[in-house]
Design a protein. Structure first.
Length: 67
């Protein structure tokens, strides 16, 4: 996960067939994602959008060598 993705965990996605998806935009705040989704829904009414929280996975730290 990139630094930008860690700073912008709220994703506006467009679901596709076969459980695929397109990330349309990423946001820092949920309210920003909702506002953007409302605008897109007015501009393109036939497309469905979903807001998801993309939680970063915990990164494993390499084990230190025991001496």
């Amino acid at each position: 996960m990139t630094y930008f993705e860690k700073l912008h965990p709220w994703c506006l996605i467009r679901p596709l067939p076969n459980l695929q998806r397109i990330i349309v935009a990423r946001f820092r705040r949920r309210n920003d994602a909702i506002a953007h989704m409302q605008v897109l829904s007015r501009l393109i009414p036939n497309v469905t959008y979903t807001i998801v929280f993309d939680a970063p996975l915990k990164e494993k730290t390499p084990k230190q060598k025991q001496e």
